[in-house]
Design a protein around this ligand. Sequence first.
Ligand code: PLP
Length: 403
Amino acid sequence: MKIKKSFPDKSGHFGSFGGCYAPETLMGLLIDLDKEFQKIKKDRTFKKEFEFYLKEYAGRPTNLYLARRLSSHLKTLKVYLKREDLLHTGAHKINNTLGQILIARRLGKTRIIAETGAGQHGVATATVAALFGLPCVIYMGSEDIRRQSLNVFRMKLMGAQVIPVQSGSKTLKDAMNEAVRDWVTNVRDTFYIIGSVAGFHPYPVMVRTFQSVIGQEARRQFLAKEGRLPDYLVACVGGGSNAMGLFHPFYHERQVKMIGVEAAGHGLSSGEHSAAIAKGKVGVLHGSKSLLLQNKDGQVQIAHSVAAGLDYPGVGPEHAYYHLIGRAQYVSVDDQQAMGGLKLLARTEGIIPALETAHAIAYLEKLARLVGANRRFARTPKTVIVCLSGRGDKDMNQISQLI
Ligand SMILES: *Cc1c(COP(=O)(O)O)cnc(C)c1O
């Protein structure tokens, strides 16, 4: 494994992944955004402002909780949960939308747009738009609007306008196209809040920076509790923002193993899954080059997962890079196993995770077996930090139907 100092480079590349494949009209804005982002990284006032909202509004720091009963069930693992599920709006997404709306304000933008699939990023965006009194337009596939009516209701309650997208498969990727179209037209006053470590440079690195608060806190908390670094980090991967937020602050610590869990949906060989790293090919989506589910003509393939938030055909370019250099390992968990993970955490700890997060929990059983099978390691449990990216409340209807 070759660990280089700092990524991305100036043009937003993580090795050969990333970059900025944008229409001409957006280039000026993306360059300004990158400049502003470079500035705020060193700006004490921005840092203070961001920290203020994370603490007072979102509820940070989140706990790093030792899951004793889960650990004794797993036997070979000592599991700590990074409780992003306790944040306002119930998941890690608020870290990023708060950071981006603060940048939008600095750039003097007066209108917010976003796209959403399951509606979670739409809700997190509508939340911060209401918080700062900015008008907000959310693009959402009409099929997703039907499936996620509760989130649509939430967004509208907070004053956002939800625009149904009728084109293509009427899901996330079509909503993305529509949001970009809006942005191109209204680039002067509009800021586009992207929901994961994907998209045109500088979004992947910007979202990583805002979400890195997860890993920075977890690292500090773990050191205080255990006096050393963890053996494993485990997180689910849709676009990859909660995983990268946890992983990145440990990038240089070679002894810390990172495991990203993709959604295998109905199974990796079924063609109905969201495992862009396991099964994707190199392609360009949403402005950057990464691994991407596509058919043999290079058309974007529709992703499937029981967890709407993992239902994304691509993955952030930095994960594609970590995969390439072997810095992180990527595995997958199918719909049924994820349901098992959800029940396991509910029964051992009294915590119902989001269906997305349940993928990370489910993988722990496999990891526990692998660790146990290795005789050298069997005696003292290995330590793990799992990113508990969100709570299950949003999924209760769906889960009650599945059970
Ligand atoms: C959206 C979401 C995810 C997937 O997004 P990433 O960018 O991969 O983190 C995971 N968990 C929850 C709870 C989500 O809402």
